[in-house]
Design a protein around this ligand. Structure first.
Ligand SMILES: Cc1cc2nc3c(=O)[nH]c(=O)nc-3n(C[C@H](O)[C@H](O)[C@H](O)COP(=O)(O)OP(=O)(O)OC[C@H]3O[C@@H](n4cnc5c(N)ncnc54)[C@H](O)[C@@H]3O)c2cc1C
Length: 309
């Protein structure tokens, strides 16, 4: 029962999500990984190093759904599972592939219980559903943040596929956010700020703290809507799903829609002036007080610690 994983990559670099997806599906059988990219060679090398990958396939083209559809539906016959991370490519490609193959996808998988039993969150993460998928083939999207990455050190063979990726979609423009902080969806530490920051200028406090900790930056929808933080920092039901080892939630009340995005966090520290806030009650450690006093002190202490190191 072999598995085909579609690699996630950007600007010629493999996303850390792929190693997590490979780890997630490793117990289901041999794992082959498909890289669709105009210049796939470097990405394929990174994929080949992931433990558990038995073969890397490369195809030239882009992984936009209507371009990749013909290739994927041809390839899918060979595999029992076709899998992608539940990121933008997976959410684009897998529904179209499923429709083409007349299969029901199982999306946002956070645990694999057996060959056809998968756990996924429903109702904005307020309940978990165990799905028994009795279809002959399984189309899955995996929440990469719910799984540890597979180790490196492998040297899987790389094979080029001749079947062309027919590009019907034309890429007109890409608007990118430049950031030197870790990827929010796979970061080990995330510092999140809420609307209590009061302005985009003040939100820089969150950025400074995140930088000191080597953390990714998150925000609530209220902070994003107020224009304090960019849209791609939003965490929650309508934002990114995160599962860091540590989430530091600053001036965040803990609305259900925000909590839906942080359920995978292993430890939570809440900094809030309200001891009754939902996130304070949920947190492993809570600092009750004014964030504008606490955060500069924290940054100063971290600076002192780094000088003495
Ligand atoms: C359909 C839908 C989807 C949504 N999706 C999302 C989503 O994906 N992500 C998301 O985050 N929200 C989402 N929301 C919005 C969500 O309901 C909340 O409105 C939002 O999360 C609240 O953000 P907040 O915690 O920043 O603000 P508030 O709820 O206003 O909380 C501010 C907190 O800051 C504290 N505070 C104030 N001043 C200070 C200070 N000086 N020092 C320390 N603490 C202070 C307060 O005690 C309070 O706890 C969604 C809503 C809907 C309806």
């Amino acid at each position: 029962m072999s598995t085909l994983v579609i690699a996630d990559h950007d600007l010629g670099v493999l996303s850390p999500a792929t190693a997590r997806v490979v780890h997630a599906v490793a117990e289901l059988g041999p794992v082959e990984v498909l890289v669709i990219a105009d210049d796939a060679a470097a990405i394929a090398q990174s994929v080949a190093a992931i433990a558990g990958v038995t073969k890397v396939l490369t195809a030239s083209g882009n992984s936009v759904a209507d371009s990749a559809e013909a290739l994927l539906s041809t390839l899918a016959v060979r595999y029992h599972y076709v899998v992608a991370s539940a990121g933008s490519v997976g959410k684009d490609v897998m529904p179209r592939l499923s429709a083409k193959l007349d299969l029901m996808p199982v999306t946002d998988v956070i645990e694999i219980l057996g060959p056809n039993r998968f756990v996924r969150p429903i109702y904005a993460g307020n309940a978990l559903q165990t799905v028994t998928d009795n279809q002959p083939k399984h189309i899955l999207t995996i929440r990469a943040s719910a799984f540890r990455p597979a180790a490196g050190g492998n040297n899987a063979p790389i094979e080029t596929i001749d079947t062309p990726v027919i590009s019907t979609a034309k890429l007109i423009a890409q608007h990118r956010t430049e950031s030197d902080t870790p990827d929010l969806a796979t970061a080990q530490i995330v510092v999140g700020g809420g609307v209590a920051l009061g302005s985009a200028e003040n939100f820089k406090l969150i950025e400074q703290l995140a930088k000191k900790l080597g953390a990714a930056i998150g925000a609530t929808r209220a902070a994003v809507d107020a224009g304090y933080a960019p849209n791609d920092w939003q965490v929650g039901q309508t934002g990114k799903i995160i599962a860091p080892d540590l989430y530091i939630a600053i001036g965040i009340s803990g609305a259900l829609q925000h909590l839906a995005g942080i359920q995978g966090a292993k430890k939570i520290i809440a900094i809030n002036s309200d001891p009754e806030a939902a996130l304070v009650k949920l947190a492993d450690v809570a600092l009750i007080g004014d964030l504008f006093e606490i955060i500069p002190q924290l940054i100063a202490e971290l600076e002192k610690a780094s000088v003495h190191r």
